[in-house]
Design a protein around this ligand. Structure first.
Ligand SMILES: Cc1cc2nc3c(=O)[nH]c(=O)nc-3n(C[C@H](O)[C@H](O)[C@H](O)COP(=O)(O)OP(=O)(O)OC[C@H]3O[C@@H](n4cnc5c(N)ncnc54)[C@H](O)[C@@H]3O)c2cc1C
Ligand code: HEM
Length: 511
């Protein structure tokens, strides 16, 4: 980084030629003489502005992260007696843009949150703020999250915190100094919200999806030996796991899976044959939690990668970074003790964590939606069209109102459900919350649909352009449907909610 000096505006004004071109952005001076030739927006555009203050031009065309990335190379000083007006967030800092944070972090009172939740949110955000540039690059290039990153997230307790409270946290270091015994479902909610704020949806699923659904069957139903071996190494990011249930023949209708597991004559092993489709993280996982049918019915197995397992990347709407795979199991030999739960009781094992997975998706979708609301608010404030800011147009304010009102409503519902999870034993949750969680997920993803729609109209062409100001909106409008399909589609969720309610419908209730 060049040594920083203090200049007057008059001094900067002299550097206005192709070979000697300085500009001022927000009280800082940048020497763009060499950079101009490499500038993605063209060199002439920069040279013409040499010696001038280009703050408004710059922020009309670039995201703040451009300056953060290039400043170390280009910034040569500051303007005398001027202070920066644009705040560049430091890692972990919460936003002060209205509605960019859930209400507690906008200064509202809450019965649910305390200081440990704030410390946790900030710590986890700081971790993601630091990895964001690499995540965006990986998302673009389609590379998988590295083993080093997994290990880093594992060491920091980020992976463990995405699985909720429980015995698996014992002895773990958690972000923000949160003690395992004080960790609750609100911390977990925050963990998912922060992960999805990364703004790189494929990469985000690459680091968070497989083990979040693949590991719980093991710590809920696995044998003590299996738990002792597998849980720590996955939580510390040393091994990667995924959940393989869906097949080309069986999606919503899990009972129709055709993968088979046949017991060997000596009874000590099973031989698995079949195919699985859309398995998140499957392309790079070491371990697979697999549903297959034995003579006693659906059974879940812990399977280690070997040469009889082939994983092929499936191209989906988001980045290959998620490692979404088509998996072929051909005569894969698995020890009988690798059964998770009991033979024939796999349906219970699969269903047990479903509500939890759905709440996690709700948290992730609200987190991603809120980041979009923040971008829309900022953009409406800085983009000028027909001589006015977008925010000066009533129709744009109306779109923001619609987005915010819907998001606040589902966030409050999510907090209420999360509170029930904190207070109810797991079995009571399964009975009482499965239906409401289904309806919540249905509504959260409906809201994300509306937010994607409004955000697109606010960002215009930028909302359908992969780079530049609308990068995050483009990614969101291309991928918000994942939440509406994965973990139970909207139709199934809505139906579940009403069917569950009908179970408790009072016989005598008549109009
Ligand atoms: C990117 C991606 C990642 C995934 N990751 C995993 C993973 O890691 N592990 C895994 O096991 N699976 C995974 N899946 C599979 C996912 O869970 C299924 O796609 C989902 O369960 C829906 O199944 P389906 O796509 O076969 O849709 P179908 O079951 O064919 O349904 C099609 C449509 O019909 C509707 N529908 C179905 N039944 C009814 C009904 N009774 N009433 C009304 N409407 C109905 C559904 O809502 C849906 O919109 C993933 C899928 C994708 C696309
Ligand atoms: C330190 C100074 C600058 C740096 C580091 C810089 C860097 C960049 C980068 C990285 C992009 C690509 C953005 C993306 O696709 O995400 C870009 C695009 C662009 N820049 Fe700059 N830039 C600077 C100053 C300016 C200035 C002063 C102008 C003057 C108007 C300008 C005009 C443009 C234009 C028109 C584009 C194309 C935008 C588009 O595709 O919509 N840049 N710049």
């Amino acid at each position: 980084m060049p040594e920083l000096k203090v200049f007057t505006r008059a001094e900067v004004a002299k550097h206005n030629t192709e070979d000697d071109c300085w500009i001022i952005i927000d009280g800082a001076v940048y020497n763009v003489s060499t950079f101009a030739q490499l500038h993605p927006g063209g060199s002439q555009i920069l040279v013409e502005l040499g010696g001038k203050d280009v703050t408004d031009d710059f922020y009309g065309l670039h995201r703040q992260e451009v300056l953060v990335k290039y400043a170390p190379r280009l910034k040569i000083g500051t303007i005398e007696n001027e202070v920066a007006q644009v705040s560049i967030p430091v890692p972990g800092e919460l936003s002060t843009v209205p509605y960019a944070e859930p209400s507690y972090w906008m200064g509202f009172k809450s019965p649910y949150f305390n200081e440990s939740h704030t410390a946790f949110r900030k710590a986890i955000r700081a971790i993601y703020d630091e990895i964001r540039p690499d995540a965006i690059l990986a998302e673009d290039q389609g590379t998988y999250p590295s083993k080093e990153l997994y290990a880093k997230l594992g060491e920091a307790g980020v992976l463990a915190s995405q699985l909720g409270p429980g015995d698996h946290l014992k002895g773990m270091k958690l972000p923000g100094g949160v003690r395992p015994e004080e960790f609750d479902y609100f911390h977990e909610m925050i963990a998912h919200q922060e992960t999805s704020r990364l703004g790189a949806p494929g990469f985000t699923d690459g680091i968070s999806s497989g083990y979040s659904i693949g590991l719980p069957p093991i710590f809920n139903f696995g044998s003590p030996a299996l738990k002792a071996r597998v849980v720590p190494e996955v939580l510390l990011g040393k091994k990667r796991i995924c959940l393989a249930i869906t097949e080309p023949y069986a999606g919503s209708d899990v009972a129709r899976i055709r993968t088979t597991a046949k017991r060997t004559p000596d009874g000590k092993h099973f031989i698995i044959n079949g195919v699985k489709k859309w398995i998140t993280n499957g392309a790079f996982s070491d371990y697979f939690t697999v549903a297959a049918t034995t003579e006693k019915g659906i059974t879940v197995f812990f399977v280690e990668r070997d040469e009889n397992i082939e994983t092929k990347q499936i191209k989906t709407s988001y980045s290959p970074s998620a490692g979404t795979a088509y998996i072929t199991f051909e005569n894969v030999k698995v020890p009988a003790e690798n059964i998770i739960g009991k033979e024939g009781e796999g349906f219970k094992v699969i269903m047990f964590n479903f509500s939890h997975e759905r709440v996690y998706i709700c948290a992730a979708v609200t987190g991603a939606s809120r980041a979009i609301v923040e971008d829309c608010f900022k953009w409406a404030n800085q983009r000028k069209v027909f001589g006015k800011r977008l925010i000066d147009q009533p129709v744009i304010r109306n779109k923001l109102a619609s987005m915010i009102a819907q998001l606040e409503a589902v966030e409050n519902w999510l907090e209420n459900i999360t509170y029930q999870m904190c207070k109810m034993p797991y079995l009571e949750q399964s009975v009482k919350l499965a239906g409401p969680i289904g309806l919540l997920k249905y509504q959260v993803t409906r809201v994300s649909h509306n937010i994607a729609d409004d955000a697109c109209q606010i960002f215009g062409g930028r909302a359908i352009t992969k780079t530049g100001m609308g990068r995050t909106v483009e990614a969101f409008q291309r991928t918000y449907k994942f939440g509406a399909i994965l973990g139970g589609s909207e139709e199934i969720m809505a139906d579940l909610g009403i069917r569950q309610a009908m179970k408790y419908f009072p016989q005598g209730a008549k109009l």
